[in-house]
Write a new protein. Structure first.
Length: 342
């Protein structure tokens, strides 16, 4: 070959490596039990079935990423959990509307194809889809030399769900005297990592040599799909909230109807060790509450008479507990007391 000739590979894009990765994904997908054979991974579009039993189906769609948690994965060179995070960030939003996740697509943009890294990421995505009860039907991998620095990449996810019209969770179902329950998070989930990294950098903390942080910072986001859909199907909840960026107050107010208020008692929150660790580094309470989930990964709003039935649908580590009540008011959300960080 004439070395003076220009090729796409010389510019930094290796189509053959990308093709190998697509074949790898298609091969894994084909081995999954119950896999829809119409997904057409590697084609121009993906095809899947729509459940036939619904009388008035409505489509719900969400998209999200995992933010700068990716940088922690890069430091630790561990990529097998951020794919779970990616799925969780979208499907946990879908279920707030009452929707069952149907399928998921991913988008990975990277400076240069690294098959080992990409395979690790995709295994996490497939695992997340299994937890969420949905299919990975396709996606896109873009090799973008010159856009990303060496070894850098980003990922985004797109989820589509379906819900029967009369089971859509809307504000009208939330009533005065309903209880607000906290469902524990698995950890930081995928929010606030720019602040986490800022602290790590300023304090010169070597997370590679810190066994606790190595484990904690890459804990995957809890996927709440099964439990929440079970509650919806048994008419046990009036509303729910995914606690992501903005924390408790900013997310809960999104589902509260006019003239009602979510009255939250912060004293009742059972926080986790990682948030205590962050608090000790000098973050004010107000900043903690609007940046992190502080141990509450998801909230559900229920009629008080259904409380004990609701609890039966959760495992010991994610058992919901009361942190507040719906009252008459104009604030949407009021926070009282303070979290015990000790």
């Amino acid at each position: 070959m004439n070395k003076k000739l220009f090729t796409y590979k010389k510019s930094g894009v290796d189509i053959r490596s990308a093709d190998k990765f697509v074949k790898y994904i298609a091969n894994i997908a084909s081995k999954k039990k119950g896999k829809n054979r119409l997904n057409n991974i590697g084609g121009f579009g993906s095809i899947t079935d729509i459940p036939s039993k619904l009388k008035k189906p409505k489509i719900v769609a969400c998209t999200d990423g995992v933010g700068t948690k990716i940088e922690i994965a890069n430091i630790l060179k561990k990529y097998d959990t951020i794919g779970i995070d990616l799925v969780a960030m979208s499907v946990n939003d879908l279920i707030v509307q009452g929707a069952k996740p149907l399928f998921f697509l991913d988008y990975i943009s990277i400076n240069q194809i690294n098959l080992k890294k990409l395979k690790s990421i995709i295994k996490g995505i497939i695992k997340g889809c299994e937890h969420a009860g949905c299919e990975l039907v396709g996606g896109e991998t873009a090799e973008m030399p010159g856009t990303y620095a060496k070894n850098k990449f980003d990922i985004a996810g797109f989820a589509v769900g379906i819900v029967e019209e009369n089971k859509i969770l809307n504000k009208d179902k939330i009533k005065k005297d309903d209880l607000i329950l906290a469902i524990p998070s698995s950890g930081l989930h995928s929010n606030g990592f720019s602040l986490v990294r800022h602290i790590i950098n300023l304090r010169k903390i070597n997370i590679k040599n810190n066994k606790y942080l190595k484990k904690e910072l890459l804990k995957p986001t809890k996927i709440y799909v099964k439990e929440i859909l079970d509650l919806i199907n048994n008419d046990l909840i009036n509303g729910c909230v995914n606690i992501t960026g903005g924390g408790l107050a900013d997310n809960i107010k999104r589902v509260i109807p006019n003239n009602l208020e979510a009255n939250i008692n912060l004293n009742m929150i059972e926080t986790l060790e990682i948030f205590k660790w962050l608090k000790e580094k000098g973050i004010p309470d107000e900043e903690m509450l609007k940046t992190f989930n502080c141990g509450v990964g998801f909230c559900i709003i229920v009629n008080s008479k259904k409380l004990e039935k609701v609890k039966k649908y959760f495992s010991k580590n994610f058992k919901p507990y009361v942190i507040g009540k719906i009252i008459k008011g104009q604030k949407k959300v009021s926070l009282n007391g303070s979290i015990n960080w000790l």
